[in-house]
Design a protein around this ligand. Structure first.
Ligand SMILES: [Zn+2]
Length: 295
């Protein structure tokens, strides 16, 4: 009988001889994490604390829907232990990037996987459904849990710290959920026109109504007939607010708002540098909604 340590040694030697010496190993120093969008970047920093170095892949001002990944970010992926994605078709570039990074120890976590996704198979442009789950803090909690589990898998020695950090942040997300619920209840108007269908989960959770969407396919200009249809709907429903976003031009939103006497509210589904706080971003969004829908 050959003992277990001897077997392990034989396997290791065989692996190294086969030119594949990059077997999984615990991270040295800070664990490198790549996150696709700002909210996931913030969640990753909250869960990882001082144990991780998080790199944001989709830079400020860019939309994840139309983004092209660059060589510098491929380099990050080749050194990272965890890649935090949303999934549900948001990061259309991810599979290719992961292949090209050729990093066998990279753990890829698609944080929206397993959540109740809206619109699956309904839109040929988005066959996997609507990806914007993070804009509902209750869904965000599930994403934080997925990140916690991925970090524990990549760095088991610190799994307890990741669990504690996650729990602390989840408490804050629960408080945010309460705050939104209370505030939306006081809104006098509940219908809005969306720029792109980012606020579907938020609307569903807190009782708002997305009456229409200006740009149904990100990056594709709406046709004049589509804009006319939206104006008609907005008049019929007496819509008071058109949600626009800093990542896209507000031109079409302004045209529609002027036509029906509504306000354009710039809502940010991603967050801005330097601190990318998800909670602060959501509070700002809530303040703006209150301005447009509150009275
Ligand atoms: Zn989007």
């Amino acid at each position: 009988m050959i003992g277990r340590p001897v077997w392990i040694a034989i396997i290791l030697v065989a692996l190294i001889a086969a030119g594949c010496g990059r077997a999984p190993e615990p991270p040295q120093g800070k664990m490198i994490v790549a996150a696709s969008i700002a909210p996931l970047y913030d969640f990753s920093r909250q869960v990882g604390g001082s144990l991780v170095d998080v790199e944001l892949l989709v830079p400020p001002g860019a939309s994840p829907h139309t983004y092209q990944i660059e060589p510098a970010q491929m380099k990050v992926l080749s050194r990272a232990s965890v890649l935090v994605l949303n999934g549900v078709g948001l990061e259309y570039w991810a599979d290719k990037a992961v292949d090209a990074a050729d990093n066998p120890r990279l753990i890829v976590v698609r944080t929206a996987e397993g959540l109740p996704i809206v619109g699956k198979g309904k839109d040929p442009h988005h066959p996997s459904g609507n990806p914007h789950v993070w804009l509902d803090p209750r869904m965000a909690i599930r994403q934080v849990e997925a990140i916690r589990d991925a970090f524990a898998k990549a760095d088991p020695a610190h799994s307890k710290v990741y669990a504690e950090n996650a729990e602390r942040f989840i408490q804050k997300l629960r408080a945010l959920d309460e705050e939104i619920r209370k505030r939306v209840k006081t809104f006098r108007s509940r219908s809005f026109i969306a720029f792109h269908p980012a606020w579907v989960y938020f609307a569903k959770e807190y009782g708002l109504d997305q009456a229409a969407v200006i740009e149904e396919s990100p990056g594709k200009e709406p046709s004049p007939s589509h804009i006319r249809k939206i104006i008609e709907t907005a008049r019929k429903l007496k819509v008071k607010a058109v949600f626009a976003e800093p990542q896209f031009s507000p031109k079409a939103a302004q045209v529609i708002a002027d036509e029906v006497g509504a306000k354009v509210l710039i809502l940010d589904p991603l967050g801005q540098p330097p601190n990318y706080s998800y909670i602060e971003t959501m509070r700002r969004n809530l303040d703006r909604m209150a301005k447009g829908l509150g009275r």
